[in-house]
Design a protein. Structure first.
Length: 60
């Protein structure tokens, strides 16, 4: 997961729920759900030595 996401997760602990909602336009719970989903998607896309690479597309 990106360093920015981890940084945001760490910073949100110091913010009230209302402050976070105002700054991010979503709740802390929704943000944590987003981070969990993003981490799971990232995990599914990782290549492992000796295994076929996951399907992907690239634009040049």
């Amino acid at each position: 997961m990106s360093k920015i996401a981890f940084s945001m997760r760490d910073q949100m602990d110091s913010m009230s729920d209302d402050e976070f909602q105002d700054a991010m336009s979503l709740s802390k719970a929704d943000f944590l759900d987003y981070l969990d989903n993003a981490a799971a998607a990232e995990e599914r896309c990782q290549a492992n030595i000796g295994e076929r690479a996951p399907d992907f597309s690239a634009t040049f």
